[in-house]
Design a protein around this ligand. Structure first.
Ligand code: HPA
Length: 242
């Protein structure tokens, strides 16, 4: 069953016919919200609001381990994470949709594994290619079906937040090869891998990253790009069912 983790701006899927609301409780603590199971375009789908509903948890306080566990518990067999991001690559303007193919984790202090020797025995998993190629391809095809241009590929850099970055940090990330910057792509992606659930990211650019343009970043511009862009994200998700 396909699961969607909705990020900032996507706390519910309006067209979802709700069948069941799962408990948020897991052996790793409470997930951000209960997983909602419903049908979209006639297909079963799971939805979880990453920051809770209504939006409350900042990126560094999300219990990612509980979230991914809750989705597995509810029957998720593939997961698409929706992420609002800043564009580091100047060609990625607000409104651009991107399916990244790599990531770099700049976060610190997050509970980022189940295999830490406490919850489960220590294990070093392969993470060379962090996203599921099959699921990435599905997202790109879905975009074509509804005529939404999706930029393919690139490195997602995940920062700790909740503050935005300095211009020097973004310049550094650009030198590292990052095209996108967000605060929630990790450890979500690695936890899905540890649970052996294929995972991909659909990112919506909501602002040029710090220093990419010569002005400060305002919440107003982010919110404007979000409200417009999230509708297009929903169209792409709906088109994943053909
Ligand atoms: N930086 C980090 N995370 C973000 C940004 C940004 O510029 N925009 C949206 N999420």
């Amino acid at each position: 069953m396909l699961a969607i983790i909705g990020g900032t701006g996507l706390t519910e899927m309006a067209r979802l016919d709700v069948i069941k609301r799962h408990s948020a409780e897991t052996p790793l603590g409470a997930a951000s919200a209960g997983v909602v199971q419903g049908t979209l375009e006639g297909h079963d789908i799971l939805f979880l609001a990453r920051h809770g509903h209504p939006h409350k948890l900042p990126p560094h306080r999300v219990n990612y381990r509980a979230n991914l566990w809750a989705l597995k518990q509810a029957g998720a067999t593939r997961i698409v994470g929706i992420n609002a991001v800043g564009g580091i690559d100047p060609s990625l303007e607000p409104g651009a949709l991107v399916v990244p193919d790599q990531l770099i984790d700049y976060t610190t202090g997050r509970e980022a594994t189940y295999f830490d020797g406490r919850y489960k025995p220590l294990k070093h998993i392969d993470f060379s290619w962090p996203y599921s190629e099959a699921l990435r391809a599905e997202l790109l095809v879905a975009g074509q079906r509804v005529n939404e241009a999706i930029d393919e590929g690139g490195v997602y850099g995940c920062t700790q937040g909740p503050r935005l970055e300095t211009a020097a940090e973004i310049a550094c990330m650009a030198r590292d090869g990052c095209r996108l910057v967000g605060m929630t792509g990790m450890p979500e992606a690695v936890l899905a891998r540890e649970l052996e659930i294929p995972y991909a990211c659909l990112a919506l650019v909501v602002n040029p990253a710090a220093g990419v343009v010569e002005r400060e970043i305002s919440m107003a511009e982010i919110e404007a790009a979000l409200s417009d862009g999230i509708e297009r994200v929903k169209r792409v998700i709906g088109a994943m069912f053909g």
